[in-house]
Design a protein around this ligand. Structure first.
Ligand SMILES: [Zn+2]
Length: 254
């Protein structure tokens, strides 16, 4: 056999590995219909502040955590858009006047769920529940798990919208909880509802969107976050909820 033959084999192997890589990165995220996406919190992303209304019931300790986690989860999704468009806001305001996202807090265990711009979250749920439910309410994404069980991804790529609160990227100190599939999904919705050519920040292409987000320094930009406390939560007496990280829990997130 001559050198040309080996070169041919080598090229065939290279092209085979490229097509495999393309297949693996192929995204099969699910989005809401465009009219539903237009009812999601994301539509307010260019306003001077993103207004979150916390309602329901919580102890003081749980309310404090709910503020931190809802702001962090919102900014985690926003960061995936900020890398495309520097107009995306970085200010989160807790107010029930002109809210862009309403979160009803429920003590104890139960089924967390979401519709465009609204979600109900049980306070024993781990952080991944918050980013997952905001994937519905804020980003306009559908679940990608199969058979009604989070984590059963079938032929789908691994993603937050498949894994929910669990899975290999559930720890927010290690991961943003977003996977490539989730990032492609919110960026797809964003381009659909905000057509045009956005101005990308200069740090946009060098940011790892799958890495954890620091709440007080979510991305390299100057400016201050503002947190005003003007919520409608009924304060309960008692201690902080114990977070239920067991996968065989009675609580199911939708
Ligand atoms: Zn869901």
């Amino acid at each position: 056999m001559n050198g040309y033959f080996y070169a041919f084999i080598f090229l065939a192997m290279v092209s085979a590995s490229f097509s495999k890589a393309d297949q693996e990165s192929e995204s099969r995220y699910k989005t809401f219909s465009e009219s539903s996406v237009r009812k999601c919190s994301m539509m307010n992303i260019h306003k001077p502040s993103f207004n979150i209304c916390l309602s329901g019931q919580a102890t003081g300790a749980d309310l404090e955590r709910a503020q931190a986690w809802s702001a962090r989860a919102s900014l985690t999704w926003f960061r995936a858009l900020k890398v495309l468009d520097q107009q995306v806001t970085r200010t989160v305001l807790f107010t029930c006047k002109d809210p862009h996202l309403t979160i009803t807090l429920r003590p104890g265990k139960g089924t967390s769920h979401a519709t465009p711009s609204y979600t109900t979250i049980y306070l024993t749920r781990p952080y991944g529940t918050w980013t997952h439910e905001l994937g519905h309410a804020l980003a306009g994404l559908g679940d990608t798990y199969v058979g009604g069980t989070a984590g059963s991804c079938g032929g789908q790529p691994a993603s937050l919208m498949c894994w929910g609160a669990y899975g290999p990227r559930a720890n927010p100190e290690e991961w943003s909880t977003l996977w490539s599939d989730d990032i492609q999904a919110i960026q797809y919705n964003y381009r659909k509802v905000f057509p045009g050519t956005p101005a990308q920040p200069e740090w946009g292409s060098s940011t790892d969107l799958e890495a954890p987000l620091q709440l007080n320094d979510p991305w390299p930009a100057r400016g201050e976050e503002v947190y005003l406390e003007d919520h409608q939560v009924e304060l309960l007496r008692g201690r902080a909820s114990e977070i239920d990280t067991a996968e065989d829990t009675e609580s199911v997130d939708l």
